[in-house]
Design a protein around this ligand. Sequence first.
Ligand code: SF4
Ligand code: SF4
Length: 402
Amino acid sequence: MAKWHRLRKRIHVLCFLIFLALPFCNVVRFDIPRQRFYFFGYELWINEFGIIFFALMFLMFVVVVASVVFGRVYCGYLCPQMIFSEASAALQLRLRRWLKPRERLARAAFYAVLAVASVFLSFIFIAYFVEPTDLARRLATLDIHTAAGICGASVTLLTFLDFAFVRLRFCTTVCPYGYLQGMLSDGNTLLVHYRDKNVECIECKKCVRDCPMGIDIRTSPFQIECVHCGECIDSCETILARLKKPGLIHYSWGVEGRSRFRFDAKRIILALVVLFYASGLAVALSMRHAVLVRIAADRATLYRTGPDGRIYNHFRYSIANRSQKPAAVVFSMQELPGATLALAPNPVAVKAGETVQGEFDISAPAGRRAEFVTHFNILASTIPDPVTEAFPLTFISPTEAQ
Ligand code: SF4
Ligand code: SF4
């Protein structure tokens, strides 16, 4: 018995460990000070709109599909608010039992432990937006003067108040996901369903007493407070097992009480949308160059004639190294015979996470150009990654050179 409770607690521990690990392993972090989005080890710059768009749309549709198919199972099994609210209530109860009958001491001990836990949880939460070592440095210096420090102190205070007083009231009042779920569920969504065709309920009300949300599932399977945790299923099975009868509350797909998941047109379309964004994300990531090179001709002056009689065109470049290791770019030319590229040093070195900008001239002998505009390529080869990009550009010569 209590199988759903045991499963839920195991998943809670796993989720807690994942919650701790994600920002430290750069799996997910929206690094606000650095303007970077870390996604499964990729360090994406904020201007990499395509990849960030596909990543966010993919995550959003995963949440939508999970809600349409599994209802509020996320709330009961995976949500940090639920996990820490239940942990806080369990801790309070345990301290009361240990320190009985010293009620005041138990309360003081609970608030002291919760204060330390709030600092820790806030640290992990903010690490989803600020690099953890930077955050640890701010915490060590008790920074409450800068915007980030004030934000950290506020989050700690809110965390403390939340898990001391609000807890699961948050789920039934302000949580937007609960309201969204109500709109997304349909006749095939997973429900916690009470069925009693033979009127076997003994009115013990254990399912009501054990419900963390304080509701009676027997009145309706569509109550917005129900987080589909399954505690009432365990309660009813435990009680009726003593009478050698099966429980009256079950997980079921839809109100007809189906025990099997059924694909319908809506679910197939949603699966295709998730597949579309997953494929878009995979393609965008596979096409991504860690070192982004841009080259453009400076046409403030079309060309100039140098003291050596050669024709000069001016160009600008920028190199953004979006990787976590140093890189260099070698520039060379293609299809412009007799021309020289005046750039020193070449290769251009770029440190990890930096952007370098610069200018260079390309010169060609006067009178050799057959046309006013000559099309050619500049090749940018990245070291150490063996990536070579060709930039189609134009070289402009004076008309009298024809
Ligand atoms: S636990 Fe089962 S038997 Fe008891 S009141 Fe709830 S539904 Fe009825
Ligand atoms: S009614 Fe049952 S499934 Fe819903 S929140 Fe209460 S205990 Fe959990």
